[in-house]
Design a protein around this ligand. Structure first.
Ligand code: LLP
Length: 434
């Protein structure tokens, strides 16, 4: 839950706004974004990683309003598509503070990034090095770049595997020598300025041991480049991936502790390698926006289903689902939820909260004990939906994507409005279309 969430006589309030009032005004369902919480988490990273550049990973959730909050809190911005770059431009984000990622940026996207002067482009393939070199020459520009490397570490939820996870699409392999070769080619390209190496090991990571292994390998390459090629790269990016709590009250992402541990790891490795510590950067997304949002739904139907053995599970259908939160269906992610609109003293019942879409896997919350008297019209709130929910939302079944309503000190501000049928039909330009 975001830090301002609290229940008053059974009614959930966020940012001083009672959620039933918010839905009455803005409709259901809605993503409720706690501005103070978002800013506080951004600031916590900024403060803890004071000597680093902190790039907010826009893929977690980006709109012009949050881009502005990010800038106001002193963070930079990581974008990974022309669309995200366009949002940054619209928000007036300082382009020198934008990093551009992606394993298959189009020529048009790269051109735009160079034209507007993004601070760094993170290179992901030899093809891209050639493409960007030609572009920079054509535009007569010098472009700051990083080389994304595969550290051979793949971090998953609650675990990491420090063996060769080279069999994936991102980055240049260190072990095969591709990463060093990429560095050579960048150095040979007139229009490219090599800023450093970039490593991102995964997402929803809870301990720093994966970062330790990655940092050791990436810094070894960093040292090799300065030793063998005589080039000292000024920067190093360790990526994002800091985990958040989805189903418990405790919040495991303590930026201060992360900063201490990561800095210690890097300092130790640099000392061992006899190199200076480069300017470091990180790219948290989920840890900033994830807990700042909850999704509020309205219950439509309640259906007790008898399970093998006689137990009963209550299926509660809400007016959203996998179109606004694909993570349960896609990753088997766990969420929790609470009755947000009234007090209930009814005994808790094993409940599955499901969406309105035409498939059985359309589950929002797999198992939750909710009051046994849930009824149509009740509101349910699911916390921790700020990251990769709106940003991965779809129009499946021609659903209209919900709005994002920011709350602060008792007031609301729609930062992304609800889609309308006209929005949907606007792209339908066939026989009967516009
Ligand atoms: N930097 C790079 C290069 C990344 O690829 C990512 C995430 C991040 C930073 C931010 O990671 P974060 O701090 O948000 O974990 N859709 C998945 C997550 C995909 C993450 C992709 N890259 C999910 O819903 O769990």
């Amino acid at each position: 839950w975001s830090s301002t969430a609290r229940k008053v006589d059974g009614v959930l309030e966020v940012g001083g706004v009672a959620l039933p009032d918010l839905l009455a005004e803005h409709g259901s369902p809605a993503y409720v974004l706690d501005e103070a919480d978002f800013r506080a988490r951004a600031r916590a990273f900024r403060t803890a990683f004071a000597d680093y550049d902190v790039y907010y990973a826009g893929k977690a959730f980006l709109c012009t309003t949050t881009a502005r909050w990010v800038a106001e809190e002193g963070l930079r911005l990581d974008v990974c598509s022309g669309g995200e770059l366009a949002v940054a431009e619209r928000a007036g984000f300082e382009m020198g503070h934008v990093g551009f990622h992606g394993n298959n940026k189009s020529a048009a996207e790269l051109r735009r990034a160079v034209e507007v002067g993004v601070g760094r482009i993170v290179l992901d393939s030899f093809v891209e090095i050639e493409r960007l070199t030609a572009l920079a020459a054509g535009l007569g520009r010098r472009v700051g770049v990083m080389v994304r490397v595969t550290a051979g570490v793949e971090a998953h939820t609650h675990e990491y595997i420090a063996t060769a996870h080279e069999d994936q699409k991102f980055g240049f392999s260190i072990t095969s020598g591709d990463a060093l070769e990429a560095v050579r080619r960048v150095l040979a390209a007139d229009g490219l300025e090599l800023l450093g190496l970039h490593s991102h090991i995964g997402s929803q990571i809870f301990d720093t041991s994966g970062f330790e292994v990655a940092a050791r390998r990436v810094l070894a390459l960093h040292a090799q480049v300065s030793g063998e090629l005589g080039v000292s790269m000024p920067e190093l990016d360790l990526g994002g991936g800091f985990g958040i709590a989805y189903t418990t009250q405790d919040d495991p992402s303590d930026p201060a502790q992360l900063a201490t541990e990561i800095t210690k790891i890097v300092d130790h490795e640099c000392r061992a390698l006899g190199i200076e510590v480069p300017r470091l950067s990180i790219e948290p997304g989920r840890a900033i926006v994830g807990p700042a949002v909850c999704t509020v739904y309205t219950v439509g139907t309640v259906k007790p289903v008898e399970l093998d053995g006689g137990a009963v599970r209550t299926y509660v259908s809400v007016d959203g689902g996998m179109s606004d939160n694909i993570r349960t269906a896609l990753y088997d992610a766990d969420y929790s939820c609470t009755l947000a609109s009234r007090r209930s003293d009814a005994p808790p019942t094993l409940t599955r909260v499901v969406g309105m879409h035409c498939e059985a896997g359309d589950i929002v919350v797999k198992d939750e004990f909710l009051p046994g008297d849930l009824a149509p019209g009740d509101l349910l709130a699911v916390p921790g939906t700020g990251a990769y929910c709106r940003s991965m939302a779809s129009n499946y079944n021609h659903a209209l994507r919900p709005p994002v309503v920011a709350v602060r000190e008792g007031g609301t501000l729609v930062v992304v409005r609800r889609e309308t049928l006209d929005d949907l039909l606007a792209t339908d330009v066939g026989a009967l279309g516009g």
